[in-house]
Design a protein. Structure first.
Length: 443
């Protein structure tokens, strides 16, 4: 666990009036990762706790940490409780989030921050010559989490599952007819990376397997408690008799023992009876004369070449629809500039001048002369000056617009894909029309 007590911005800019609070015990922001040395895919719990030694005048503004290298779920609701820190009674507000490391190496949890305004009585404020409310910003330290790679030589059926898991294999019925499919289920339960599991491949030589669905029952946000992920398939028997369906190969890595485990559930046996409908076996429920279509002078058959054209158009629609625009190399820069623009719209204050200094640094790194703007910003932040915030805001906003690269041109591939798909569908419909009455409809 890495904890950081209150620390101010440079030159006390996080405090109203330009002064840092006396003592570091007003507040602290603590981050903790459990476990601190996980395997790839192992569930990790991120805890962020705000410790307060004094009452607040308003709700804090909290910015969660950036979690590079993790697949993170939503955080839990904040929970508050009293605790003792360094012999003092403090109020703790805690949020938790479940994460899954994606690659081996060092994964980073960035710094969380909270803007606080403390409530103080007027008498104590007068003794220190301060305003009744003190604005403070606290941060947590960034954490580098060492993620261990999974051992090599994974067994067949391993698709990235990690955790303390168990596997169940079942069917929704013990008997069915040949024309009614049976639903089989693979239940994966326990504490693991259940949301990241992919659907295994089910093979049944004596039946037709149709793609099914998944049903999740995940644990509550911010906890490492057991959950369940269910994979379902529909299987239609090819013949009458006993249909045996074996579970698809499934293996996972157990972090507790640092070994791979393989599930070997017994196959399910389903008794298959005759079909409910005679037509299922290829027989005819009516005499053949009623089903054969007599010649009709007004009938028109399908045009195979039009179906070929429709297939080509449909394939073209799929290919065009899968085209993706080129990667936007400046997407991150545009996102940062958008954040700075929002900060520059704020009234003149510590947050505004801090953002203005960051903007001038960024512009100077790109070769744009910002000596005048830097002098105004540094004079206000560190020299006690009072520069014209509106002039600085206007200048820096124009400089940001001029320095930011333009976004890449958008491709209208989706519109073209819809057009090709619509034309293919129209060709299929028109080429399948048959005019006139068939023999069966005239009986």
């Amino acid at each position: 666990m890495l904890a950081v007590a209150w620390r101010p911005h440079p030159a006390g800019s996080a405090v109203t009036g330009g002064r840092a609070p006396a003592g570091a015990g007003l507040a602290s922001l603590v981050t903790q990762v459990e476990p601190d040395n996980p395997w790839v895919g192992q569930p990790v719990l991120l805890r962020v706790r705000l410790l307060l030694g004094r009452d607040l005048a308003e709700e804090p503004s909290y910015a969660p940490p950036v979690t590079n290298g993790f697949w993170a779920e939503g955080a839990s609701l904040p929970q508050s409780y009293a605790s003792v820190q360094d012999g003092r009674r403090v109020l703790v507000t805690e949020t938790r989030a479940r994460m899954y490391p994606l690659t081996p190496g060092i994964a980073h949890v960035g710094a969380a921050s909270a803007d606080l305004v403390f409530a103080e009585d007027a008498a104590s404020s007068a003794l220190r010559d301060e305003a009744p409310g003190r604005r403070v910003t606290v941060w947590s330290q960034p954490i580098g989490v060492r993620v261990r790679p999974l051992p090599p030589s994974a067994p067949p059926g391993f698709g990235g599952a990690v955790g303390a898991l168990s596997v169940g294999w079942s069917a929704d019925r013990a008997a069915t007819s040949q024309d009614v499919p049976v639903t089989v289920r693979l239940d994966v339960r326990g504490v693991g990376n259940l949301p990241l599991l992919e659907t295994p491949t089910l093979v049944c030589p004596d039946g037709e397997v149709y793609a099914g669905t998944t049903d999740d029952s995940l644990p509550q946000a911010g906890t490492l408690t057991p959950g369940r992920r269910r994979f379902q398939w529909n299987v239609l028997a090819k013949r009458i008799g006993t249909l045996r369906i074996s579970a698809p190969p499934f293996a996972w890595f157990d972090p507790a023992s640092a070994t791979y485990r393989t599930a070997a559930p017994a196959p399910v046996a389903v008794t298959v009876g005759p079909p409910l409908f005679a037509r299922f076996q290829g027989g005819e429920s009516f005499p053949g004369v009623f089903l054969r279509d007599a010649p009709d002078p007004f009938a028109r058959g399908v045009a195979p070449w039009l179906w070929v054209l429709a297939g080509i158009l449909g394939g073209g629609a799929v290919l065009v629809g899968r085209l993706r625009p080129p990667p936007d190399a400046a997407a991150g820069e545009r996102a940062r500039v958008a954040g700075w623009r929002n900060a520059l719209r704020a009234p003149a204050g510590p947050a505004f001048w801090r953002a203005a200094e960051e903007v001038t640094d960024w512009l100077e790194r790109r070769g744009r002369d910002q000596r005048e703007a830097r002098a105004a910003v540094e004079g206000t932040r560190y020299g006690g000056g009072a520069a014209d915030a509106d002039a600085v805001r206007t200048r820096l906003t124009k400089e940001l617009a001029a320095a930011l690269p333009a976004p890449p041109a958008k491709r209208r591939t989706r519109t073209l894909a819809f057009v090709l798909g619509g034309v293919a569908l129209a060709v299929v419909v028109l080429s399948s029309l048959r005019f006139g009455e068939g023999a069966a409809s005239r009986l």
